[in-house]
Design a protein around this ligand. Structure first.
Ligand code: PMP
Ligand code: GLN
Length: 390
């Protein structure tokens, strides 16, 4: 629906699917497996650190790059998990979640008409951030495995064909929302080689970096010859189960970090001073925290996958993230949006239609996404209700 006051480049963005589906869940009392947010808070140590930071008076504007202890913790985390070295004073920038990091990156790096090569399905804010920056997206489709088993795949030739003289950067998300795909080292290498060949930057969104159940997370910046041309974006929301705090970050070479900071300082300038202190504590937690977090979410993923399979969906098992994608065609239906709109009245559950994450709508119209970042009893309640689907 067109909006009379909205600029042309934002027409069609409307209300995000996550807000729409959460509102539907609230109205109907359905179990909400749509929007990806946990129903349990993160570790007490982290929330206590935020409360303490408020009591200690960390309530005024923090530095625009982020507080030094958080930048140091981000750099240490990159070193500890991936062997990556970033200078906390020149190569780390704290942002208002990954969402602001993505927007600031596009605003800083794209001239009007510059093209961004990216995969579909894609997280919704990518398209809006590119549009706000005057860029143009060129999508390459990730497809479910033909036999239903194994991860989503893409054709390297399609990726090559999407690159033109106007291409400025490749935007990548791994682990990938909504498919649950974790790009393997060989896939990343093939993408990196194209970036080098065509002198493109790579922007990677790694907000689910600690939610990998099969394989391992490989940051693009860790590949040979890629650190100089990669902007790595992540966020505390998913890793520490505090999605409302909106503390994210960018790690990139100094010249890229300065450029992104220039845009960022006129979006929010800064945010979340006490939360920055708390996330520094979180990033420094021992390996035990990270291991048990991943194991808990892997178990939830398996529980929901088994339930969806039992209910009759074709399930594409995720390698990571918060999400499982299923095919609804075994129910004799193919319109995922309509399926999700009517699911609350049919059986009291909310999911998200993947079609909204595609430019090529037929590729995704029969696919829907479920989140499992919920208590086991909530997952079980949803599965129980789904059994009544004919
Ligand atoms: N990227 C992806 C792939 C996401 O799923 C999300 C949603 N959490 C974001 C970015 C936004 O992250 P944040 O809440 O830190 O802005
Ligand atoms: N990232 C979350 C998801 O994909 C939602 C974030 C949002 O509502 N903007 O469900």
């Amino acid at each position: 629906m067109s909006q009379p006051h909205l600029v042309q480049r934002l027409q069609g963005f409307g209300t995000t699917i996550f807000a729409e589906m959460s509102a539907l869940a609230n109205e109907t009392g359905a179990v909400n497996l749509g929007q990806g947010f946990p129903d349990t808070d993160g570790p007490d140590e982290i929330s206590e650190a935020a409360i303490q930071a408020i009591r200690d008076g960390h309530n005024q504007y923090p530095p625009v790059l982020g507080i030094p202890s958080l930048r140091a913790a981000i750099a240490d985390h990159q070193q500890r998990f991936y062997g990556l070295t970033f200078d906390p004073d020149t190569e780390v920038l704290v942002t208002a979640g990954a969402t602001e990091a993505l927007a600031a990156t596009m605003l800083a790096l794209l001239e009007t008409g510059d093209e961004v090569v990216m995969f579909e399905p894609y997280y919704d804010s990518y398209a809006a951030a590119i549009a706000m920056a005057g860029g143009v997206r060129k999508v390459v489709t990730l497809r479910p495995p033909a036999d239903g088993a194994g991860p989503y795949v893409f054709e390297l030739d399609e990726l090559r064909a999407a690159i033109t003289p106007r291409s400025k950067l490749i935007l990548l998300n791994t682990p990938h929302n909504p498919t649950g795909k974790v790009f393997c080292a060989a896939e990343l290498r093939s993408i990196a080689d194209l970036a080098i060949e065509h002198d493109l930057l790579v922007v990677t969104d790694e907000v689910y970096e600690h939610l990998v159940f099969t394989g391992q997370h490989v940051p693009m910046a860790s590949l040979d010859d890629m650190a100089d041309r990669t902007v790595t974006i992540s966020s505390a929301g998913k890793t520490f189960s505090f999605t409302g705090w909106k503390i994210g970050w960018v790690c990139a070479p100094p010249a890229l970090t300065v450029a992104i900071k220039t845009a960022k300082q006129f979006l929010t300038f800064v945010n979340g001073a006490p939360f920055q202190h708390a996330i520094a504590v979180g990033l420094n937690l021992g390996d035990g925290f990270y291991e048990s977090f991943t194991a808990d979410m892997a178990a939830k993923s398996e529980r929901l996958a088994a339930g969806l399979d039992h209910a009759g969906f074709t399930v594409f098992e995720p390698e990571g993230t918060y999400f499982i994608t299923t095919d609804i065609r075994p129910f004799g239906e193919s319109d995922g949006y309509e399926f999700c709109r009517t699911l609350p009245e049919r059986c009291g559950v909310v999911a998200v239609p993947n079609v909204v994450f595609y430019d090529n709508k037929p590729e995704g119209q029969h696919l829907i996404r479920w989140t499992f970042c919920k208590k086991f009893e909530v997952i079980d309640a949803a599965v129980e209700r789904l059994k009544t689907l004919a």
